[in-house]
Structure formats: structure tokens, C-alpha cells
Design a protein around this ligand. Structure first.
Ligand code: UDP
Length: 323
């Protein structure tokens, strides 16, 4: 297949692009490098620098040659989305609408979209099934939900074979491809940086209603996430929009993650407990039964120790922990 990967210079997108190439696909990355890195685009992929808003103009007639698009380009910082909701409307929602228009005009009908567990907000039931009510707690989650709904409408109208993949907590790395967010907000890379001597780790709240008082999340390896996209490309059904949660179905508390980071890095982490981060639900764990059933998706790297070890190997490549 020839696949357009928007956001393919970012963390998850670079792994998606790498796995697509390894499976024998042709890949072109579209990324404006606002948060991505040119050197994260895998060798062997084509690269077009620009916004998804301009896909039609940037790719021109070449867009017709694609079989599918995987759309990951987005702003994804929760705190920023609360301060500047308009950026999330303009970048995520408007950009996706323009991209989908361009794809429809060019006859590209297979669309896999990078959605998120943040669409659910505070869940009533854990593990969370796709049928759970969507009540996002911030403009980031709301923007992703709006795009899911856009695809639900576009699939029957435009003949899209559309899939939304709702990621839980993506972590780990794949060789040279890993998390390089600026600013970094995610637990595992921040804990690894602290293990490498780059400051202390702030633990956001130990008074939640969980076994050890810290938040519980479903950490899933970025390679497993990437491989779900390959499965979705193959199994997307024309005229339909399907939604799949992607997680391991097991939750780890922040304290458990920090213990695993200490074990992998052989350090004692400097940790300071600080007040809760606004908008953090106590427990988010996926039911990914539907992805197992319909995409034959079985996470191959569910072990948190492996996830942390792979992230640590990547952090060390980038100089973390170098004396
Ligand atoms: N967390 C923390 N300190 C940090 C970053 C995150 O205690 O510096 C906690 C956060 O409150 C949440 C969990 O770690 O309970 C995972 O947060 P992350 O930002 O990695 O992902 P999220 O679940 O928000 O998507």
C-alpha cells in the first residue's frame, strides 16, 4: 500500500511509519515539524513539510496515488488546550476537516485516525469499553472526539473506510524512535530524566481512591500501538467508521511505574508529592476486547518492565544519564 502518514515526524507517527516500511509499504510523511523532528522520519519514507490544512495543495495530483492515510498530526498537550482551546479547534478540528476533504476529492478512502482515551473523561466503568459515554474533560479530548464524530459522518457519506484508534497511555520506544516532547509532560520520560539526574519527579497527588493513592493508567507499548494501525488499514470497511480502544487492559499506579523505573535504571528516584494535576481521572484502563476480536490485535509487549526498558534505552541514546 501507499500510505500518507500525517504527524510521521512525531513520537507515535515515526514508529507507525517505520513499521509500515518494514511491512513493505510505501510511506510519505506529512508533518509541519511544529512538534515533530525531521530526523525522526524513517529513512525510506518520503517527507513533505507542511500542515494537514494544506495537504491538497502540497501533494497536488500525487494525493490520488495513495491508498490510505493515517492521520496522527495534532496538538496534544492537555494543559495548553485548556489555556488555548482555539489552537485545538484550528489545528486539530479544522485541519482534520480540510485533510478529509482533500482525501475524499483525491479518492483516498481508507482513513485511520489517532484518537485518545481522553475522549471518555472520568469513566463510570473500568475497564472502559468503546460504548462508554464520551465526556472529555479538556479541549484536547473534545477536539479528538469532534474528529471521531466527523469520521462517523464521513464514512457513509463519502465512502470512507474509517477507523479511530483510542490510545491509552502510549510509552516505550522503538530503537531510534521515541518520545521527544518539548515540553515533556508524560510520566515515564520525566521519571527517566529524573533517574538520569535531570531534576526531581513531581508526583501529582497521592490521595486518589486507589490502592496506593496514586493514579492508575494503562501503559501500552508504542510498537503495539503502531501495529494496530497496520491491522486497521487492512480491516477497515468501506462506508463504516469503527472505533477501537488500544490498551493492555491492566493498570499500574504512578508509584508502581516509578518502582519499575528505579529497577530498570538502578537508581533511587528523587520524588516529591505535589497536589493533583487538574483533570486527571483516578483510573483509566482499557477494554481492548473489540480490537482483539476485529483487528486480531494482541499486544506483544505488555510487560511494563519492557516498556520502561525500551524507553530507557532510547533516553540513553539521547544522552540522558550520561555522566
Ligand atoms: N504524572 C505525575 N508526574 C508527572 C507526570 C505525570 O505524577 O510529572 C502522573 C499523572 O498525574 C497521571 C500519570 O502520571 O496520573 C500519567 O500521566 P501522563 O501525563 O503520562 O499521561 P496521561 O494519563 O495524563 O495521558
Amino acid at each position: 500500500m501507499k500510505v500518507l502518514v500525517t504527524g510521521g515526524a512525531g513520537y507515535i507517527g515515526s514508529v507507525v511509519a517505520a513499521r509500515l516500511l518494514e511491512a513493505g509499504n510505501e510511506v510519505v510523511v506529512l508533518d509541519d515539524l511544529s512538534t515533530g523532528h525531521a530526523d525522526a522520519v524513517p529513512a525510506g519514507a518520503g517527507f513533505v513539510r507542511g500542515r494537514v490544512h494544506d495537504a491538497a495543495g502540497l501533494l497536488g495530483d500525487a494525493l490520488r496515488s495513495f491508498d490510505a492515510a493515517i492521520h496522527l498530526a495534532a496538538k496534544s498537550l492537555v494543559a495548553e488546550s485548556i489555556r488555548h482551546p482555539e489552537l485545538y479547534e484550528e489545528n486539530n478540528v479544522v485541519g482534520s476537516r480540510l485533510l478529509f476533504d482533500a482525501l475524499a476529492s483525491a479518492g483516498v478512502r481508507i482513513v485511520v485516525f489517532s484518537s485518545t482515551a481522553a475522549v471518555y473523561g472520568e469513566p463510570d466503568v473500568v475497564p472502559i469499553p468503546e460504548s462508554a459515554p464520551c465526556r472529555p474533560l479538556n479541549p484536547y479530548g473534545a477536539s479528538k472526539l469532534a474528529i471521531d464524530e466527523m469520521l462517523a459522518a464521513a464514512a457513509p457519506e463519502r465512502g470512507f473506510a474509517a477507523v479511530s484508534l483510542r490510545y491509552f497511555n502510549v510509552a516505550g520506544a522503538y530503537g531510534p524512535y521515541g518520545e521527544r516532547h518539548e515540553p515533556e509532560t508524560h510520566l515515564i520520560p520525566l521519571a527517566l530524566a529524573a533517574a538520569g539526574g535531570q531534576g526531581e519527579l513531581q508526583l501529582f497527588g497521592d490521595d486518589y481512591d486507589t490502592d496506593d493513592g496514586t493514579c492508575v493508567r494503562d501503559y501500552v507499548h508504542v510498537v503495539d500501538i503502531a501495529d494496530a494501525h497496520l491491522g486497521a488499514l487492512e480491516r477497515a470497511v468501506a462506508g463504516r467508521h469503527d472505533v477501537f480502544n488500544l490498551g493492555n487492559g491492566s493498570g499500574y499506579s504512578v508509584r508502581e511505574v516509578l518502582l519499575r523505573v528505579e529497577a530498570v535504571t538502578g537508581t533511587t528516584l528523587p520524588v516529591r508529592v505535589v497536589p493533583r494535576r487538574p483533570g486527571d481521572p483516578a483510573v483509566l484502563v482499557a477494554s481492548a476486547a473489540l480490537a482483539a476480536e476485529r483487528l486480531s490485535w494482541v499486544p506483544r509487549r505488555p510487560d511494563l518492565g519492557v516498556i520502561v526498558a525500551d524507553a530507557w534505552a532510547f533516553a540513553r541514546r539521547r544522552g540522558v544519564g550520561a555522566a
